[in-house]
Write a protein that binds this ligand. Structure first.
Ligand code: DOR
Length: 428
């Protein structure tokens, strides 16, 4: 099957490309990129006025299968991903049971294959049962298909355990993703410590707790000589530590999520449980520092931390509500808003949402070079739409962006040379 994408603006930072051109895909691979390609037996996708880029890769989602399928299954999560323009996602291991053994890893891959939409890359636990004590079998997990290890949802409380994990992971060339949280400071907290905690009368989670935890990981990267990836950075002080670590030549990468540059703690002020997330939404100063870090390269990637919860876990008192919000279908327009405001360029956006995630997790994709997998995202940067529950494909609707007018939306999502999502067909 041949697909010819005609007349789009191709943005591919992996080749330093930003130009009008056609793109030809065949047998699951990119075969040609040039102006005015003609191919008689190809399915032609008209891309005039659209951006064509390497498929977006979300290196941090929570699909709730196995165990909490009422919130999201791998199939519904995959549909939300491709509707949001993502061709691949890495799913975190805090399922029930957690992905701490090869059987769960294989189950996830089987479900992903049955769904047949985006690529789903399992991230396995660092410690058994995410208890922070005994390491899992990294070799077996990698062999079963895990692409990284993390206890995400929880930190690894003991530095000595994290040190062992970093040393052990090096043997298997497995990236380690850190959920950087100092539990002794965050435990019992619900919102950012500061304005939100004072205003809502709820226990706060101080920014410094994140910074302390990031500093520990940076020091362990130095001690072990192993790379570490910091998940969902939300604070100015966290950003500053990562910046200094990079300047010192340490092997540290970091991601943030769209809610940390689009919202502040003010979003929680009405006890809005859809804005309850961990780490919490922070101050305006933190939000600006995240923007600057995306601009100057301190933060390498944007990941959604898509965390679906049903009304059972969200339609309740703030203190009882679960942490987490969905993000797969709003990430692209929220990132485009940074472009619109002149914070980052369009190529930088593609770098943050595609090239860098592929590099960090050593995944195929993130490039439209000839011979690369035919994973392509085509989006309309001008499309205006309003976020409503009906518009979202995720099984859960816990978005703090409901009611927002967005600009920018995926039009075609192509995985391995198959058009797995076409908004044009959906509309017709
Ligand atoms: O808000 C969050 N929700 N933060 C996490 O670290 C985990 C996630 C979830 O699994 O719901």
């Amino acid at each position: 099957m041949k697909i010819l994408l005609k007349g789009g603006r191709i943005v591919d930072p992996s080749q330093g490309l930003d130009q009008a051109a056609d793109l030809l895909l065949e047998d699951g691979k990119v075969v040609a990129l040039a102006p005015d390609l003609a191919e008689e037996d190809a399915r032609v996708l008209p891309c005039e006025g659209l951006i064509v880029c390497p498929g977006l890769i979300d290196l941090h989602v929570h699909f709730r299968e196995p165990g909490e399928e009422w919130k999201e299954t791998i199939a519904t999560g995959s549909l939300a991903a491709v509707a949001g323009g993502f061709t691949a996602v890495a799913c975190m291991p805090n399922t029930r049971p957690p992905n701490d053994n090869a059987e769960v890893t294989r189950y996830i891959l089987k479900k992903a294959q049955e769904a047949g939409l985006c690529r789903v890359w399992p991230v396995a636990c660092i410690t058994k049962g995410q208890k922070g004590e005994q390491l899992t079998e990294f070799g077996e997990l990698k062999e079963a298909g895990a692409v990284a290890v993390s206890d995400d949802g929880r930190p690894v409380p003991e530095a000595a355990v994290m040190r062992l994990a970093l040393e052990y992971a090096k043997n298997f060339d497995l990236p380690v993703i850190s959920h950087a949280e100092e539990l002794s400071l965050s435990r019992g907290g619900h919102v950012n410590e500061g304005l939100a905690s004072a205003r809502l009368g709820l226990r706060g989670i101080p920014a410094q707790g994140e910074a302390i935890a990031i500093f520990r990981e940076v020091m362990l990267a130095e001690l072990t000589g192993s790379p570490v990836h910091i998940a969902h950075v939300s604070t100015r002080s966290g950003v500053e530590i990562i910046r200094r670590a990079k300047e010192a030549g340490l092997s540290v990468t970091a991601e943030t999520a769209p809610h940390y540059f689009s919202l502040t703690e003010e979003a929680t002020f009405g006890y809005h449980t859809n804005a309850k997330v961990n780490p919490p939404l922070r101050s305006e100063e933190d939000r600006r520092a995240i923007e600057e870090a995306l601009r100057d390269g301190t933060i390498d990637a944007i990941a959604t931390d898509h965390a679906p919860h049903s009304p059972l876990e969200k339609f309740c008192e703030f203190e009882r509500a679960a942490f987490g919000l969905i993000g797969l279908e709003t990430a692209l327009p929220l990132a485009l808003h940074l472009v619109e405001r002149g914070i980052i360029s369009l190529p930088r956006l593609v770098e943050l949402l595609s090239c860098a995630p592929a590099r960090i997790l050593k995944l195929p994709g993130g490039s439209l070079r000839e011979g690369s997998p035919a994973d392509v995202t085509v989006f309309d940067p001008e499309a205006r739409w309003v976020v409503t529950e009906e518009e979202l494909h995720s099984k859960s609707k816990n978005s703090p962006f409901l009611g927002w007018e967005m600009r920018g939306r995926a039009v075609y999502t192509i995985v391995g040379g198959r058009v797995v999502f076409s908004r044009r067909e959906l509309l017709s």
